[in-house]
Design a protein around this ligand. Structure first.
Ligand code: SAM
Length: 282
């Protein structure tokens, strides 16, 4: 391997669909490692076989993590190189591996990333929503009451939100998001990224919830939701409200124009005409 002392832990990202996304460096590390610690050894064996890599595999998943971590740290301390992979994408990102990385660091072992695919970053990079600051929420709670409570807490978040969801809960999740954040909040649903049936739908939570409810195809495969933060939404409504107000103002009085512009854009009427408002309102 090009860097790293013997006895290093390599955290290796694998494809989220398209096998062409396994980098040459990732292939080299997986080939040269003494053992690959994998979430599902059968799944990862077929990936390695596809690339002609014969490195032995050992299981590291949430049910055996404690014992597996101790055994892997012992192997690292004995000078073996260990590569950590998950079923898809970057280990530790809504995937196992945290305890191994932490234990390795506590034992003074070198831990090295081999970056690559991550569904959250792939989705953010193509969503066309503000991306300088964002919040990765991972999976929302599976139970409806807990999910709605979490969404209430997140409704005021100003940064773009990136959310993972499984296909069998996507319809409920989209409906809850629309109810908690409002139908006009800008968002995208990205499905099957890097795969043959890749899609991206938007533009608002209302449209996404409606499309997912009515089109069974949008409830298939793997998906990521990217949702604009609250501030962006309020700013966009205000800009639209001002634009509509200016257009209507030529044909009617300001009070009537503000009333209509507010109804069309969702911006607060007083922000368009009347007493100036403090801060954002939705
Ligand atoms: N560690 C992975 C990563 O780096 O993205 C995430 C693993 S998490 C268990 C699986 C979730 O990631 C899926 O439920 C889905 O939300 C998202 N995901 C994974 N692959 C995807 C893809 N090709 N397209 C869209 N979402 C994907």
């Amino acid at each position: 391997m090009n860097v790293g002392k013997p006895g290093s832990l390599w955290v290796v990202a694998t494809p989220i669909g398209n096998l062409g996304d396994l980098s040459p460096r990732a292939q080299q590390v997986l080939r040269k490692a003494d053992v690959v610690a994998a979430e599902d050894t059968r799944h990862s064996r077929s990936l390695l076989q596809h690339f002609g890599i014969a490195t032995p595999l050992t299981a590291l998943h949430e049910y055996n993590e404690r014992a597996a971590v101790a055994a892997l740290v012992a192997r690292l301390q004995a000078g073996e190189d260990v590569a950590l992979v998950s079923d898809a994408g970057t280990p530790l990102v809504s995937d196992p591996g945290f305890r191994l990385v932490r234990a390795a660091r506590e034992a003074g072992i070198e831990v090295l990333p081999v970056p690559g695919a991550c569904a959250a970053i792939a989705a953010l990079s193509v969503a066309g929503l503000p991306s300088d600051r964002f919040v990765f929420e991972g999976f929302l709670p599976a139970k409806a009451a807990a999910r709605r409570e979490r969404l209430r807490e997140l409704a005021g978040e100003a940064r773009t939100l990136v959310i993972y969801e499984s296909s069998h809960r996507i319809a409920e999740c989209c409906a809850d998001l629309r109810d908690a954040f409002g139908a006009v909040r800008e968002a995208r649903l990205l499905r099957e990224l890097t795969k043959i049936h890749e899609t991206c739908i938007g533009m608002t939570l209302g449209e996404i919830a409606e499309r997912v409810a009515s089109d069974p195809e949008q409830r298939l495969g793997e998906c990521v939701l990217v949702v604009a933060g609250r501030g962006e939404d309020a700013d966009a409504k205000l800009a639209e409200g001002r634009r509509v107000f200016a257009l209507l103002r030529g044909d009617m009085g300001p009070a009537q124009a503000a009333k209509l512009a507010a109804a069309i854009s969702g911006a607060p009427r007083k922000a368009l005409y009347g007493k100036p408002e403090m801060g954002h309102a939705e």
